[in-house]
Design a binder for this molecule. Structure first.
Ligand code: 5RP
Length: 223
């Protein structure tokens, strides 16, 4: 099975976690795109979705699924999103698609986080995937020095010769070379550095369930 077929498998399996009659939180990325496609068959059973990016909102609307503003709704039953890495405790690195800030906001609004990923995303210790950090542009150099002091090499994410600009109008640093054994402590520490909007470690908002796509089928991990 290809990686995309594994993503499609878990995207479909995540439908089982959508609660009829309740709003669903929807993440961002290629795995979530499969979930959004599957959600089309369920759209008459939910009032709509709260989305973590302009890209996902566009896909949802194109399928006739209402997208509600996070400020206009209360708690969500479930948030479904992919991950770049997931560790044995359900802590994740996210933000490969630059949507980490809104992803963390919607995740924090949900009772349950269901992570969907192919099995290549499972790691013993977070950090092989360069850690995305959304930053206020004027703090980028200062934050690069702070990461260097912990042996991380931060690179400004670029596209076509220009810094990537997030849905929130900010930039992304991708930090290479970290080994994040204490994900909770690391997230708390980096979060309070001036200029950090969001660090892509999801330990306070870790997954409650992970559906991992493997050639033998979907493995369900409960944390
Ligand atoms: C986007 C994310 C994605 O969930 C993460 O990058 C995984 O993406 P994909 O499903 O395409 O592998 O955090 O900001």
């Amino acid at each position: 099975m290809t990686q995309d077929e594994l993503k499609a498998l878990v995207g479909q399996a995540a439908l089982a976690y959508v609660v009829p009659g309740e709003l669903v939180g929807v993440g961002t990325g290629s795995t979530v795109n499969h979930f959004i496609a599957a959600l089309a068959s369920f759209k008459d059973r939910i009032p709509g979705a709260v989305s973590s990016s302009e890209a996902s909102s566009e896909r949802l609307r194109a399928l006739g699924i209402a997208v509600l503003d996070a400020n206009e709704v209360g708690e969500l039953a479930v948030y479904i999103d992919g991950a770049d890495e997931i560790d044995p405790l359900g802590c994740m690195i996210k933000g490969g698609g630059a949507a980490l800030t809104r992803e963390k906001i919607v995740a924090a609004q949900a009772r349950r986080f269901v992570c969907i990923a192919d099995e290549s995303k499972q790691v013993a210790v977070l950090g092989r995937f360069p850690l995305p950090v959304e930053v206020i542009p004027m703090a980028a150099a200062q934050l690069t020095r702070r990461f260097a002091a912990m042996n991380g090499q931060a690179q400004l994410r670029m596209r076509e010769g220009l810094p990537v600009v997030t849905d929130n109008g900010q930039h992304i640093l991708d930090v290479h070379g970290l080994q994040i054994a204490d994900a909770l402590g690391f997230e708390s520490q980096v979060n309070q550095w001036p200029g950090v909007v969001t660090v892509g470690v999801f330990a306070h908002q870790r997954a409650d369930v992970c559906l991992l796509g493997a050639p033998g089928g979907v493995k369900t991990l409960v944390f």
